[in-house]
Write a protein of this length. Sequence first.
Length: 274
Amino acid sequence: MALPETSVQLYTLAAEFSADMEGSLDKLAAIGLRNVEAFDFVRRPDEIRAALDASGLASPTGHAPLLSDELWTPDGSIPTPAPEVVFEAAAKVGLKTVIDPFVAPDRWFTLEGVTDIADRLNALVDTAATFGLEVGYHNHAQEFVADFDGQTAYERFVELTDERVVLELDLYWALTGGQDVAALVSRLGDRLVAAHVKDGIAPASNPFAPGADDFGSDSLDQRHAGTGDVPLADALRAASALKYAVIEYDKAPGDVFADIAASYAFLIEGGFAR
């Protein structure tokens, strides 16, 4: 397998990016990055595309809700536009893959809910293709709570989705969900085209499980890649067709650009990405 390209999820520097798009992207380019993963791009595609072009960066992947009427996050809810609106904006930005970043936990706790998620995503594959795009899904930890005949909700979802639906595995959240991360990466095979390279101390219990206390990103103990609990090296080596190694912090531990640079160094110096 050719080494995946490095990228960074722009949610990591959400405040900095919104305040100064071009300046933030210039700092990422100075670190050595050539790709980013856009978020919240639907309401500002032309602005983001202009900033990317000015900094010499590309956004081959991006996050946008495709499967929910309203996207819940630990830090607030975001209303969702129609898929065609998302795809039109994605094409303007230059994306190749639109990835749904979060489906509410309760929808993952029943087989009917998981089947509905898969069916909805399958129904978008051909529509996305008319815009020159593919669709995918990014996990947190709620996908690993329910068990159906010895199979997690996440793996049942993978089984139910069209093979053209791509997967982006968040390695930190997979560990938080109690997974053997490297083994899961291996089982996902060529469907896995992107990974969120994220490290830290995993919560003691799954914060998305029924009855769990409310939590937000500020409660997370996330650290530079290679310095936490997540077996990043083993997981990345287990991938068979990874295209993008995407740095992300839900909560950067210090200066966000220094934190990104540290994880970038882990990927490049360790020979995990280019």
